[in-house]
Each structure stands twice: as structure tokens, then as C-alpha cells.
Design a protein. Structure first.
Length: 234
């Protein structure tokens, strides 16, 4: 059972959003044709990143808590992570958007976006000797700096940031379970020479920025595909 720890954690995270995807009001399953291509395109970046960082020892996986099947040096559970977590997040986003359609404040969304982009840019530049810190801060900063040019603050960025605030708690719980909060040793361990060494419970603070970057990349592609298909239908 210990070998299935990571898989069970992912299955438990996925179960409720998947079941509720078929609820009639939201009908999230109808959006899968936009979601899954977005996830695949995100994975081209994030799985490549994961493979390189694992090979360089920025982080590692505990063989005691994974089933033992590997693809390109990553446990199969880690590949599933990049499907399950974005699925749960975008589902949450659509639920929030359905029940809070008027949650739009372009000025605040733009201000928050620019502030975060600047903070992450500064942190990335100040920590070029820490590979995880520099990479995640600069990458997420770059995506945030794109948003004013794409004018996403006029459409979905307010809902995006609100979803992030809501999802960060369950994300920290799941990542806490992966980083040793509930086990004798972590499922995913980190080389603290490559990060700031600041933890949210047992989770490196960089993981919260990593989550935002992953969410933002998926959301950008997902919304583009939805808009394109809406135009085709019209």
C-alpha cells in the first residue's frame, strides 16, 4: 500500500472534480476539448523542466512511495500529477466563474498582475545561483508580464487570481503530503541549495509560484481554444 501512496493521493484529488464534471449546470465535461490540449501543451514545458531538474538533482523521488514505473526518469505518478492538478484547478475556476460571474475588476487584476510580475522578476534576478528559485520566478514573471499585452485582465484574469487564492490551500495540503508532512520521509525531496530554503509547512515557497506558472500557462491556452471554438460555432 505504501508504494501506492502518490497514486492514491492523486486519485483522491481527482475523484470529486471528475464526478462533478457531469453535473448539468456546469457540464465541465463539455470543455474537455479545450482543457486537454491545453494540458498537453503545458506538459511539453513542465515535464521537460521536471525531467531536467530531476536529472540535475534539484529534486528527487522516494522509491518507497511510488509504484516503480518510470518514463524518462519520472515516476508515472509524476506524469499524472500534470494532468490531475490542472484538471482540478480549471474545474474549480469554471465553478467559481459559474457562481460568481460578476467577479471582474480589471484594474485590480492588472495591478496585482504587475506587482507579482515585478516581485518574481526581482527574486529571480537576485537568486540566479539557486536554479529552482531563479527558473520558477523568472518563468512565472514572464507569463505575468504577457498578460497586459494579451488584455486578459479584461476577461478572465480576475477569476484566475481568485481561483488561485482558493486552490492554494488544498494544493499546500497535497504538496505537504508529498513533501513529508504525513510520512516519515518525503515522496518528493528537494536540494535546498537550489531554492530559498523557506517552507510553507513542508512545502518550498517556490512551489506556490510553480503552481501559479503552471495554472497561468494552462489557462492562457485553454481560454484561447475556448474562444476559437466559440467563434467557429458562431
Amino acid at each position: 500500500m505504501e508504494k501506492l501512496y502518490y497514486f492514491i493521493l492523486l486519485a483522491g484529488s481527482f475523484a470529486v472534480p471528475f464526478i462533478w464534471s457531469f453535473e448539468k449546470k456546469i457540464s465541465f465535461f463539455r470543455l474537455w476539448s479545450a482543457l486537454f490540449p491545453a494540458i498537453v501543451m503545458m506538459m511539453l514545458v513542465f515535464v521537460s523542466w521536471d525531467i531536467i531538474f530531476t536529472a540535475r538533482g534539484v529534486w528527487y523521488f522516494n522509491h518507497d512511495y511510488v509504484a516503480g514505473y518510470y518514463i524518462m526518469g519520472l515516476p508515472v505518478e509524476e506524469w499524472l500529477f500534470f494532468v490531475v492538478i490542472p484538471y482540478c484547478i480549471v474545474f474549480s475556476y469554471e465553478v467559481i466563474r459559474y457562481f460568481m460571474p460578476d467577479l471582474k475588476n480589471p484594474a485590480i487584476a492588472l495591478a496585482v498582475n504587475i506587482a507579482l510580475a515585478l516581485v518574481f522578476l526581482i527574486l529571480g534576478i537576485m537568486n540566479t545561483g539557486r536554479l529552482y528559485t531563479a527558473t520558477v520566478m523568472l518563468f512565472t514573471s514572464m507569463l505575468l508580464f504577457l498578460q497586459p499585452f494579451l488584455r486578459t485582465h479584461k476577461s478572465w484574469l480576475s477569476h484566475f487570481f481568485f481561483t488561485y487564492i482558493i486552490i492554494i490551500i488544498p494544493f499546500l495540503l497535497v504538496n505537504g503530503a508529498l513533501t513529508g508532512a504525513f510520512t516519515h520521509s518525503p515522496v518528493v525531496g528537494y536540494n535546498d541549495a537550489e531554492n530559498l530554503g523557506i517552507r510553507l509547512f513542508t512545502v518550498p515557497v517556490e512551489d506556490a509560484v510553480y503552481l501559479m506558472g503552471m495554472m497561468l500557462l494552462v489557462q492562457m491556452i485553454y481560454e484561447r481554444i475556448k474562444l476559437a471554438r466559440k467563434r467557429v460555432v458562431q
